[in-house]
Design a protein. Structure first.
Ligand SMILES: [Fe+2]
Ligand SMILES: [Fe+2]
Length: 314
């Protein structure tokens, strides 16, 4: 039996108001509309999938390009790090060579003086510590640390017979010694770098006194450049506590007493206060460089002829 015959049979058996044939055709029409909508939806889905695939491929390509760029950037960063490291090493080596050259030039200028190597190392360390304690900017601290060892470079122009003399200097000999400040300033004149400029200032002014009684210019107080005021004190402390051709080392307490008495006369009072307040740190530097315990105090001090006259102790 065909579908239509089945429908006719069903219509006959059905109530009079129900037309299966009409229902069937409506259903067929509905089916064909649904099929059409389905096909449409399928087509849209395919288009959408294609679009998605294309987008995915595109973003994959972009991700690949991004990954390439990222790894290239990483390579650049690594190269940059290497370059900076090499530059830093070169800068460090240059600084070391610079410091070494200064040290050896100073050694050459004071070669005949015993203990000079340790003197300039101690002085540089004392000045660095004092300048830092005074709150100077790091660059100035470094300049002073490099420049301080050159304070007596002018002694190269003073005869050995005077430099190495054990006893008292005659007036004429003292006048010749005093000229080492101007000779040093002449040697370091017209320097271009900050370190040598500071060195020239120190060489010229490290024998000036706070009260104006020093040499060569007789300037006083803050007219004396600060690096020279710092060196004046540390150089004296080092001379007092070290052996010299004309004297034995004085104990730390006697040396501090002498410095305290010169507060506001020979030395800048602020520099003296800072120095004495941190005396233990300076003594530590001395101990570290000399590799022996400094003499702190002694009931019996053997004064040198020069210092006896200076401090009026006899
Ligand atoms: Fe000097
Ligand atoms: Fe000195």
């Amino acid at each position: 039996m065909s579908r239509l015959e089945i429908l006719d049979k069903a219509s006959e058996d059905a109530p009079a108001d129900m037309d299966f044939r009409e229902l069937y055709f409506k259903e067929m029409q509905r089916n064909s509309e649904l099929r059409f909508e389905l096909e449409l939806a399928q087509n849209q889905a395919v288009t959408f999938a294609r679009e998605l695939s294309r987008l995915f491929q595109h973003s994959k390509k972009q991700r690949r390009e991004l990954a390439g760029t990222t790894s290239q950037l990483a390579r650049y960063a690594s190269d940059l790090r290497t370059t900076i490291f090499n530059l830093r090493s070169a800068h460090f080596e240059l600084q070391e060579a610079y410091r070494d050259t200064i040290f050896r030039l100073v050694l050459a200028s004071e070669y005949k003086d015993k203990d000079t190597g340790n003197h300039i190392t101690r002085l540089s360390r004392y000045c660095t510590l004092l300048a830092r304690r005074m709150g100077l900017p790091q660059q100035e601290v470094e300049n002073i640390s490099y420049a301080a060892p050159m304070h007596d470079v002018g002694k190269i122009g003073i005869p050995d017979s005077i430099i190495l003399k054990n006893g008292m200097l005659s007036e004429n000999e003292f006048a010749i010694v005093k000229s080492h400040t101007r000779i040093g300033a002449d040697i370091l004149e017209n320097a271009r770098g900050a370190v040598l400029k500071t060195a020239q200032t120190i060489a010229l002014s490290h024998h000036e006194h706070w009260d104006g009684t020093g040499y060569p210019q007789g300037i006083k107080k803050t007219e004396i450049p600060l690096p020279a005021r710092i060196v004046a004190l540390t150089d004296t402390f080092d001379a007092l506590t070290s052996e010299r051709p004309y004297k034995k080392p004085y104990p730390i307490d006697i040396s501090c007493d002498i410095i305290r008495k010169e507060r506001g006369k020979h030395f800048d009072p602020d520099v003296v206060d800072l120095f004495l307040n941190h005396i233990d740190d300076f003594v530590s530097i001395k101990r570290e460089i000399d590799k022996k315990e400094p003499l702190y105090s002694s009931p019996q001090v053997v004064w040198s002829e020069r210092d006896l006259k200076k401090i009026g102790a006899g």
